[in-house]
Design a protein around this ligand. Structure first.
Ligand code: NAD
Length: 497
């Protein structure tokens, strides 16, 4: 594996200071498209977690950030948005090299990150409490929202900076201090965020970023008694472990986990639109999306037409060099994920799913022999197939036919997950009936686009709990304090003694 000339050494960001892991350990971070080493990344230990938590704790206890006028906090968060916007091109390219996603995808993400910071800059001044009806005569009652404390933010590798921003921006807006841990495979843009925080004037210790390759690092954050809340995005299996560990110290927890989200295509849909939207719904970011609409449920009387058009167009999607602006499907980010996709395609073949397209590795040519690429793939499946039920997290669509609306809803809801769904129908009554009946956190109607700052995002069932991106997210980074005040003139003397 070649070390490129660009390879450099990264550091941890603790208490507004840059420094290596306390034992000097590093690991190689590679470009999944080429196998080239991008950077030697500081490999933090549990001791470094402890330093980062102490820094965040001290910053919280100092109170400078939490008690700063909300309008001033807002200005710093807004400044971060501006700096991210100014550096959009560089951040996008770094994300492409670290993650393997396409340039177009990464640019779109940076725009969404700017929007997210802008939205929560506004939210900082609107974290309202309530004035409540007095519980007795001569009593006033109110609630105020206060920062929950130190937040441990743990993010996966599929949208590294985007998912970090979904946590960091509302946490800052609420007045929290943060220990951010990016995924070991994609640490670089989180470090850019730390540089931006420093430049924007974030006080010392408010944002700390630690990098490391093992699972132990995340575990050490969740176990640490100095942390008040865990904001976690990742797999359902890890999420369960996080919730169980966090319960030992009664931490607040929000979990954004996995999915097997459906696209429902009814016979009254505009089939061309449904095909175009469903392609995006599953193949965007090479299918490595928590909300990938990987289960296509299609009404039987339009299924042949839909499948023919879907496979024809899917075959035209360009898998290739992520840095080439023409590429639509980039690299698979990790070897573990590549192996998982491969094994699900083998499982599909073994359980009798009909291969419609792809199903194997993609060779994109010279210079990318060490890269991990998978063909755009589609299978016709039965609802009982594992390919219809389990999260693949890759460019693999499963297509299943249904007879009528009731069966479509039953199939869509027959899942341990409940993150997202898309409905394709021109019948407004049917689309709204189905939207109401689906047990998912988000339902999009006649569009694959469903994730926007300001619109709550999160799961039903084993896709997690809590909502990100909404104004209600501010409550997840706050404690509600009730203040009850007696305003009467008669002295208080309950025991009459
Ligand atoms: P993962 O659960 O393996 O890792 C996620 C993060 O948790 C990483 O930073 C990892 O280092 C850390 N981690 C690992 N073990 C830990 C532990 N014991 N305690 C604390 N932290 C630990 O997931 P992944 O493979 O990196 O990401 C893919 C998964 O994330 C998919 O299942 C996908 O559906 C899910 N995801 C969900 C959403 C959402 O919003 N619902 C968004 C993106 C990804």
């Amino acid at each position: 594996m070649a070390v490129t000339a660009a390879a450099n050494k990264t550091q941890l960001f603790i208490g507004n200071q840059w420094g290596g892991a306390s034992d000097g350990a590093t690991y190689d971070d590679t470009n999944p498209a080429t196998g080239a080493v991008l950077a030697q990344v500081a490999n933090a230990s549990a001791g470094d977690v402890d330093r980062a938590v102490k820094s965040a704790r001290e910053a919280f206890e100092r109170g400078k950030w939490a008690t700063m006028a909300a309008s001033r906090r807002a200005k710093i968060i807004y400044k971060m948005a501006q700096l991210i916007g100014e550096r959009a091109a560089g951040i996008a390219l770094l994300e492409v090299r670290d993650n393997g996603k396409t340039l177009g995808t990464a640019k779109g993400e940076v725009g969404a990150i700017v929007d997210c910071f802008e939205f929560y800059a506004g939210a900082a001044t609107k974290n309202y409490g309530n004035s409540l009806p007095g519980p007795m005569p001569n009593y006033l009652a109110q609630t105020v929202r206060e920062a929950v404390g130190v937040v441990g933010a743990i993010v996966p590798w599929n949208f590294p900076l985007l998912l970090a921003s979904w946590k960091v921006a509302p946490a800052l807006a609420a007045g929290c201090t943060i220990v951010l841990k990016p995924a070991g495979q994609t640490p670089l843009t989180a470090l850019e965020l730390a540089k931006i925080a420093l430049e924007a004037g974030l006080p010392e210790g408010v944002l700390n970023v630690i990098t490391g390759e093992g699972r132990d690092l995340g575990q050490a954050i969740v176990e640490h008694p100095g942390i008040d809340k865990i904001a976690f995005t990742g797999s359902t299996a890890t999420g369960k472990r996080v919730a169980a560990t966090a319960a030992q110290t009664v931490k607040r927890v929000t979990l954004e986990l996995g999915g097997k989200s459906p696209s429902l295509v009814f016979d009254d849909a505009d089939v061309t639109q449904a095909v175009n939207g469903a392609l995006y719904g599953i193949f965007y970011n090479a299918g490595q999306c928590c909300e990938a609409r990987s289960r296509l449920l299609v009404q039987e009387n339009v299924a042949d037409e839909f499948i023919a058009a879907f496979t024809e167009k899917a075959a035209k999607l360009r898998v290739g060099n992520p840095e080439d602006a023409q590429t639509q499907i980039g690299a698979i980010t990790t070897q573990e994920q590549y192996d998982k996709i491969k094994s699900y395609c083998e499982i599909g073949a073994g359980e009798g799913a009909t291969l419609l397209l792809g199903g194997g590795p993609a060779d994109i040519g010279e210079g990318f022999e060490e890269g991990k690429f998978w063909k755009v793939s589609a299978y016709e499946t039965q609802p009982s197939h594992r390919l219809s039920r389990e999260e693949v997290f890759g460019p693999v669509a499963s297509i299943t036919r249904f007879k009528n609306e009731a069966e479509a809803i039953a199939l869509a809801n027959d899942s341990e997950y409940g993150l997202s769904a898309t409905i394709w129908s021109q019948n407004i009554g049917r689309a709204n009936r189905a939207a109401k009946a689906l047990r998912t956190g988000t339902v999009a109607v006649n569009t694959p686009y469903a994730v926007f700052p300001g619109i709550p995002f999160g799961g039903y069932k084993q896709s997690g709990y809590g909502r990100e991106l909404g104004i209600e997210t501010m409550a997840a980074y706050s404690e509600t304090k009730s203040i009850i005040t007696y305003i009467g003139e008669k002295p208080i003397d309950p025991f009459g003694v």
